[in-house]
Design a protein around this ligand. Structure first.
Ligand code: G1P
Length: 314
């Protein structure tokens, strides 16, 4: 049991004891997946957007693989009534596996097994769509009292190559508190993101966060560093989530809980991601991700590349 400092987060020595070398910085990864997916209607009448394939693999499996790779042991999917197929996707399919094995399709058996072998999956339900902050708060009862930090991965966001969570864990080890992932966006795009007010550290890729605002207009954005859908949050965020009021869009925003923690002196840093990023949350971003993954696929990439080149010429 960890004693808490007055701020509600463990002191450096307490954290070192609980999360020291060889210990995982976090065990749970929360994946909010309760949205209606309105941008993908009519498909999302029947298929949750988290299950739409990027070539052949649903976006949520890509995110589950990233969480598992970073050391997470449980994936907490925040789902909503009517979206049971998201959790069902991670269940075993013994009949299908048997059928494929009998036909000698071992590669397909491996594909089918991957999702449920990756990581233990639990679902929690968000009964009403009250925002990302509220969704993260719904995961609280499923996070052990000894877990001082947990990850949040937004399944709309693909941050590539994977591995940023591991860097974020190293930053927490150094500075404590919460660590997010930022990427530099064009100023005209700030209104789609949570945007950070930052200060340099001795590492060009790590910034101290002095403030955070959800979806600011370009002329009001404190920088062009935007939240990229990866969070390593100290459990102090739950207490902050209890104290925020509805913000942008009338929703309980995770950004506002983080801003409150910053105001109260909780250390928050960002790792600046300089690699690729895809937004699976809208058709235009989804198509780009799909094409990008397809081009990288050794089986279908070369033909697709040739076809696209010819198509663009015509
Ligand atoms: C959410 C967060 C926002 C973040 C974004 C990343 O917004 O609220 O801070 O920058 O994800 O994709 P949403 O895309 O759900 O509107």
């Amino acid at each position: 049991m960890t004693l808490l400092s007055p701020l509600g987060s463990p002191t450096m020595s307490e954290r070192e004891r609980d999360e020291g070398p060889g210990k995982l910085p976090f065990r749970s990864a929360v994946v909010p997946a309760a949205g209606l997916g309105t941008r993908f209607l009519p498909t999302t009448k029947a298929v949750p957007k988290e299950l739409l394939p990027v070539v052949d693999t649903p976006g949520i499996e890509l995110v589950a693989a990233e969480a598992a790779e970073a050391g997470a042991e449980q994936l907490l999917i925040v789902s909503s009534p009517g979206k049971d197929s998201v959790a069902a996707y991670f269940a075993e399919s013994p009949e299908l596996e048997k059928e494929l094995a009998e036909r000698g399709k071992e590669e397909l058996v491996a594909k089918v097994r991957r999702a449920h072998e990756l990581i233990a999956v639990r679902t929690v339900t968000q009964d009403e769509p009250r925002g990302l902050g509220h969704a993260v708060g719904c995961a609280r009862p499923a996070i052990g009292p000894d877990e001082q930090a947990f990850a949040v991965l937004l399944p709309d966001d693909l941050v590539l190559p994977t591995g940023v969570l591991t860097t974020m864990a190293q930053v927490r080890e150094r500075y404590g508190g919460s660590v997010l992932c930022a990427f530099d966006v064009p100023r005209e795009a700030t209104a789609a993101y949570g945007v950070f007010q930052v200060e340099d550290t001795d590492d060009d890729d790590v910034k101290r966060v002095r403030g955070m605002v959800e979806k600011p207009a370009p002329d009001e954005a404190p920088s062009t560093f935007a939240a990229a859908g990866r969070y390593l949050l100290d459990r102090a965020v739950f207490d902050a989530l209890d104290r925020i009021e509805p913000g942008a869009g009338g929703e309980l925003q995770l950004t506002d809980a983080i801003a409150l923690l910053i105001d109260e002196g909780h250390p928050v840093h960002v790792v600046v991601h300089r690699g690729g990023h895809h937004d699976l949350g809208n058709p235009a971003g989804y198509v780009r991700a799909y094409v990008d993954f397809a081009l990288a696929d050794p089986d279908i990439g070369p033909d697709l590349r040739a076809w696209l080149a010819a198509r663009l010429e015509s």
